[in-house]
Ligand binder design. Structure first.
Ligand code: BTN
Length: 339
């Protein structure tokens, strides 16, 4: 690894010593360990052992529990290979400073805090799990530990504030291209920020900005992708509408390779956009426009407005053809498809 690259690994301080001991006991036993033996070894009740096991499962540890036999550690959560990622990104500006958390509230919140403390452009915050992952329009983003990609990149572009939203288009194009290159699956983008495979959402982008009218101070681009998530790990409410790369491909996808490729793709698109404008990112977006020619409704303050999606304009606004052929532009809003 290049000596100018910094990777800070941050272990969750919410992982108590006792949980670590629970893992150590399970790791040291090839077979089952009874709840009773664990409670004696740890000096806690069997109920408390059960609670620790439950919380470890939430962190991606696969622990089998069989009555009268006890617990068995079947699988530990996967971790990204930071060595591989930094080797692949060593010549790029986005590969200089990484903060890699095993658990954090939200990588976007952390990247924003770093931005306000003067962290440089290209700082990348990655987490294996988020306890309060954020989505667009105040929604939550949930992902089982070690199965997805959850990361945020800090940018300091020299752009006027009214161009900042175009970086969502840039990030969506970069993410779609990287997924296609690594997983070999065609990706569509549902305006403005959803990554779709077939008719299901596999990822999303949350961009947050700070600055004055004339110039952006910083932008945080947060990307969440369901990579190796199983159907049973999706929140019940999303099982009809969400998917993962593994669910579509039928085999796991290398998350480290995907992250490295995505960072390189994001940097290429970003530099091109800041230097030459948004044409290239828009072209990539338009090639993957999920909504094009579909019958949709856009939620607005005046209520839902329905029509046929007819692409995005050069400012990244959604174009909708209304029943009398009049075309309306939307700069923001939630889109639903008509059945
Ligand atoms: C959406 O589809 O509404 C956007 C989802 C964005 C989720 C990512 S996960 C990494 C980053 N940190 C967050 O808290 N959110 C974004």
């Amino acid at each position: 690894m290049d000596s100018s690259v910094s990777v800070i690994y941050i272990e969750s301080n919410r992982m108590s010593k006792r949980k670590k001991t629970v893992i150590d006991i399970l790791r040291d036993s090839p077979g089952f360990v009874s709840g009773e033996a664990m409670s004696a070894q740890l000096g806690i009740s069997r109920n408390a052992v059960h609670k620790h096991v439950k919380s470890l499962r939430g962190r991606g540890y696969r622990i089998l529990g069989v009555s009268r036999r006890g617990y068995k550690l079947e699988e530990e959560p996967c971790r990204l290979s930071m060595g591989f990622i930094t080797d692949r990104t060593e010549k790029s500006a986005f590969g200089r400073s990484f903060r890699y958390y095993d658990e954090i509230e939200s990588t976007n919140a952390e990247a924003k805090a770093l931005a306000n403390c003067g962290a440089p452009e290209g700082t990348v915050v990655i987490a294996e799990a988020q306890s309060a992952g954020r989505g667009r329009l105040g929604r939550r983003w949930t992902s089982p530990a070690g199965k997805g990609l959850l990361f945020s990149v800090l940018l300091r572009p020299r752009l006027p504030m009214n161009d900042a939203h175009m970086l969502t288009i840039v990030a969506a194009a970069a993410a779609a291209e990287a997924i296609e290159a690594i997983a070999g699956i065609p990706v569509h983008i549902k305006w403005p920020n959803d990554l779709f495979i077939g008719d299901r959402k596999a990822g999303g982008i949350l961009m947050e900005v700070s600055g004055e009218q004339d110039e952006v101070e910083w932008v945080v681009v947060g990307i969440g992708i369901n990579v190796n998530t199983e159907y049973s790990e999706l929140p019940v409410a999303l099982r009809r509408t969400a998917t993962s790369l593994k669910m579509v491909k039928g085999e796991p996808v290398d998350r480290s390779e995907l992250l490295a490729t995505l960072l390189l793709s994001l940097e290429t698109h970003y530099k091109d956009a800041v230097a030459n404008g948004f044409e290239r990112a828009l072209a990539s977006f338009r090639n993957r426009d999920y909504l094009l020619h579909k019958s949709i409704s856009v939620e607005t303050r005046e209520g839902p407005i329905s029509g046929s999606a007819s692409g995005v304009d050069d400012r990244g606004a959604l174009l909708v053809e209304l029943p009398h052929r009049q075309v309306r532009r939307f700069h923001s809003g939630d889109v639903t498809l008509h059945p």
